[in-house]
Design a protein around this ligand. Structure first.
Ligand SMILES: *Cc1c(COP(=O)(O)O)cnc(C)c1O
Length: 373
């Protein structure tokens, strides 16, 4: 699905130099490498504050901790996402309220969000799924109207740009009150281990989140709030600092691969290619097809025989997960998410796909579909 070895070979000298300089300096925690990456990421995204943390899940948790919510407060999230989004809500004793998604963009359905709002709703966590921003203009209008926080889960969408109807352009993770991203190795900006970051333009929230990520501490050994320990380590920061200047070309490479796939599959009776939200660029963390009247397992098996990986993100919506069983929800409540879970298939997507590989993959997909029908 990804090819991190080849990507590394192209920038090996810079990465190796970055890692070596951390080892030479022996500042493994909170050293100059972290400060440098933080500053460069602020510059890249336009966010006033970047707070590097241990991973994307921690970023979401710390963001929600900073909002001062009370037990039982409701937080709206899509039911079609990676589990981390709702997991942190549940862990903090808040109440996850899951809603359905839009069939085309696979992101939060605005109509569903509106219907889910109650007097206890305090925050919305939109997920910019697969690398394309949710409908932020509509969500921000709803948040304003109902006095809600927005915490963007931009773990899959770093570098995606959203254009508001007045022409203003903003990066994913910098539009809501708080944004979160992950530097898991396979993410669009990935390190060589775990990493994450929080984004905000609000000075107070930034100070709170910095303290929470550091054991609730501002002055050393004086703890004002209950915090956690979540840090981006210096070696990961050095790797990310070496990769950040390439992020735009990495995005372009993913978009070029997506364009190749699009062309090969457009107008196929059994395939819907990823729909684009006209307000957002798509950075293709995943290239995800919706299959219509296709035996998905048979197709996956045929691809596997040709050594082509294809993954199902995500096979089970949140409301149907065992750990999240809730009397409020039952199978059938969120028909779009359930239909997507049954028909999506993600193809290999990374920065190193060449035409030969893309031709091989698309030919095998098309051949497998023809023989199955
Ligand atoms: C990857 C991911 C996360 C979690 O990131 P980690 O760094 O693995 O903790 C959260 N939400 C979404 C949508 C993700 O894709």
């Amino acid at each position: 699905m990804v090819d991190l070895q080849t990507q590394y070979q192209h920038i090996k000298a810079d990465i190796d130099r970055g890692i070596q300089s951390v080892i030479d300096s022996a500042s493994f925690i909170k050293g100059p490498a972290v400060a440098s990456f933080q500053k460069n990421l602020e510059q890249y995204t336009g966010a006033k504050h970047v707070i590097p943390v241990g991973n994307g899940t921690d970023a979401l948790q710390i963001a929600l901790m900073a909002l001062g919510l009370k037990q039982g407060d409701e937080v709206i999230t899509p039911t079609f996402t990676f589990i981390a989004t709702a997991e942190v809500v549940a862990l903090l004793g808040l109440k996850p309220v899951v809603v359905d998604v839009d069939w085309d963009t696979m992101n939060l359905s605005i109509e569903a969000v509106r219907k889910a709002i109650t007097p206890k709703t305090k925050a919305i966590v939109p997920v910019h799924l697969f690398g394309q921003c949710a409908d932020m203009e509509a969500l921000m209008a709803i948040a304003k109207e109902h006095n809600l926080y927005i915490v963007e889960d931009a773990c899959q969408a770093i570098g995606s740009v959203y254009t508001f109807s007045d022409g203003t352009q903003k990066q994913a993770a910098t539009m809501g009150d708080i944004g979160c991203t992950s530097f898991f190795p396979s993410k669009n900006l990935g390190c060589y281990g775990d990493g994450g970051a929080i984004f905000t333009n609000d000075d107070d929230l930034a100070a709170k989140m910095r303290a929470i990520a550091n054991h609730g501490m501002v002055v050393r050994y004086y703890h004002d709030t209950v915090g956690v320990n979540s840090r981006l380590d210096s070696i990961q920061a050095a790797i990310l600092d070496a990769k950040l200047p390439h992020l735009n070309s990495y995005i372009a490479a993913r978009q070029a691969a997506a364009a190749y796939y699009d062309k090969a599959f457009a107008n196929h009776p059994n395939i819907l290619i990823p729909a684009r939200n006209e307000h957002s660029t798509h950075v293709f963390h995943q290239y995800t097809l919706r299959l219509i009247d296709v035996d998905r397992d048979a197709l996956r098996n045929a691809l596997a025989e040709a050594e082509i990986p294809a993954m199902i993100y995500y096979p089970v919506p949140l409301h149907m997960q065992k750990a999240y069983q809730d009397e409020r929800y039952k199978t059938g409540d969120f028909p779009v998410a359930e239909r997507l879970a049954a028909c999506v298939l993600s193809l290999p997507m990374h920065t190193e796909l060449d035409e030969e590989q893309l031709a091989y993959i698309t030919q095998h997909v098309l051949n497998a579909l023809n023989t199955k029908h």
